[in-house]
Write a protein that binds this ligand. Structure first.
Ligand SMILES: NC(=O)c1ccc[n+]([C@@H]2O[C@H](COP(=O)([O-])OP(=O)(O)OC[C@H]3O[C@@H](n4cnc5c(N)ncnc54)[C@H](O)[C@@H]3O)[C@@H](O)[C@H]2O)c1
Length: 270
């Protein structure tokens, strides 16, 4: 057993997932440092708020001093022109990993996305061994982050979890999210399980609740004790389900992102 993780930093802490996590984690760690371009809200006197940019390497190294584990959320979280994704999602993720290595951080929990494997069919589902199959340029940037995570685990001995988060929402909003919903409560459980895990090298974990129609076909890896409890099925009546619907939203794990700019018939993607 290695020493327990007690000092945590969150990048992108002012965002939707970041604020959900920081509210849940405040007061529970010796250090909780919230890093973002914007001032993150805090409600505990010991929580540290750092305004900073992933593009400022020196600021990152300073912010990561005395941190055991960094949760890396800061990014553009949706499909966007590639040129605009490059800085925050690709260069920024490299800077975060490299600064963490230099600062002696032990664990990185990387917010990847189901969009890294988005072109798999919902009917077939996805698993930890699914081929990288991005739904768009955003998914490509997340696949890059996963490759970087693998490199930093193998070459530099960092402990890294890549979380393929699906649909983080207060409640499911469409038919696909009956399979892909990640509730706020399960999201907190997922990140906490990754922080609390005994030392491990590399893990891929899907960020999906315990949905009856889940798109995920295997259990989380043994190292990560993630036990989701919410099920999108209780929103079935509100959301509705049409078994004959044949849109990108109903066919692919990545949903509508797969349909944006799609050329030809969906049938050609098996
Ligand atoms: N919300 C989802 O359903 C979902 C699904 C899959 C993956 N993710 C991933 O989870 C992470 C968080 O998502 P979210 O929904 O909370 O997004 P969000 O947009 O609400 O939050 C992202 C935060 O990152 C910050 N940020 C952006 N560029 C930065 C930079 N250069 N330096 C410092 N901070 C910067 C923003 O200010 C923002 O507060 C993202 O990496 C996203 O790709 C989210």
């Amino acid at each position: 057993m290695g020493e327990a993780i007690r000092r945590v930093m969150i990048t992108g802490a002012a965002g939707r997932i970041g604020q959900t996590l920081s509210r849940a984690f405040e007061g529970n760690y010796a250090t909780l440092r919230l890093f973002d371009l914007k001032p993150a809200e805090k409600s505990h006197p010991d929580t540290e708020v750092v305004i900073g940019d992933l593009m400022d390497f020196d600021a990152l190294v300073i912010a990561l001093q005395d941190i055991d584990c960094v949760i890396h959320l800061a990014a553009i979280p949706e499909e966007w022109p590639f040129e605009e994704l490059v800085e925050p999602n690709i260069l920024g993720t490299y800077q975060l990993f490299e600064a963490a290595r230099r600062a002696g951080v032990r664990r990185i929990i990387y917010a990847s996305s189901i969009q890294a494997v988005g072109f798999h069919r919902q009917a077939t589902g996805v698993s930890q061994s699914s081929r990288i199959r991005p739904s768009g340029f955003y998914g490509v940037t997340k696949a890059f982050g996963e490759a970087l995570a693998s490199l930093y685990a193998d070459k530099y001995g960092l402990s890294v979890a890549c979380l393929r988060i699906a649909s983080f929402e207060p409640q499911p909003e469409d038919q696909r999210q009956l399979a892909t919903w990640l509730s706020p409560q399960d999201c907190v459980k997922l990140f906490k399980a990754c922080i609390d895990a005994a030392p491990f090298s590399f893990a891929t974990v899907y960020g999906v609740s315990a949905n009856a129609r889940t798109v995920v076909k295997d259990a989380p890896p043994a190292e990560i004790d993630f036990r989701p409890s919410d099920d999108a099925e209780r929103f079935l009546e509100t959301v509705g389900f049409d078994p004959n619907l044949e849109t990108a939203m109903s066919l692919f794990a990545g949903g509508g992102y797969c349909g944006e700019g799609f050329v030809g018939e969906f049938d050609r993607v098996k």
